[in-house]
Design a protein around this ligand. Structure first.
Ligand SMILES: [Zn+2]
Length: 136
């Protein structure tokens, strides 16, 4: 991958969470391991073309779907997944309050219980990152 390529998927509007460069690396790393799984699966099952890949990504993974798709397009070139659609489903971040036992949705990375405003929480959703299905 050249520098010209990486410039294409510089994420916008990530609210200064991390410098753009690091986020690109993050997404490229995810796609790299996704590609190796796809290639291995295709070989195992004797598949010569993949149509669609469904990915589940937890909101806490701080992944930019558009950047992920951009990376995928580049990495898939010349492989069984070339031209395949990458369908990304985001899984909401959820926490369970250890104080009152209520489950809350986390928005904008504000880690507080919606019931008692407590911060003694365990994460019960939003850290997912897996392939849900591969369509051939
Ligand atoms: Zn609570």
């Amino acid at each position: 991958m050249t520098d010209g390529d990486t410039a294409r998927f510089t994420p916008h509007g990530v609210a200064g969470l991390r410098p753009g460069r690091e986020i690109e690396m993050h997404e490229a790393t995810i796609i790299e391991s996704l590609m190796s799984i796809l290639v291995r699966q295709a070989r195992t099952h004797g598949v010569d073309h993949i149509q669609r890949v469904r990915l589940k990504v937890g909101a806490l993974k701080a992944v930019e779907p558009q950047a992920l798709r951009g990376c995928f397009e580049i990495f898939a070139e010349g492989t069984v997944a070339e031209g395949a659609e990458l369908a990304i489903e985001t899984v909401a971040a959820r926490v369970l309050c250890r104080t009152c036992g209520v489950e809350s949705l986390i928005q904008r990375f504000r880690f507080r219980c919606s019931q008692c405003d407590g911060d003694d929480l365990s994460v019960v959703g939003g850290e997912e990152l897996y392939i849900e299905s591969i369509e051939v």
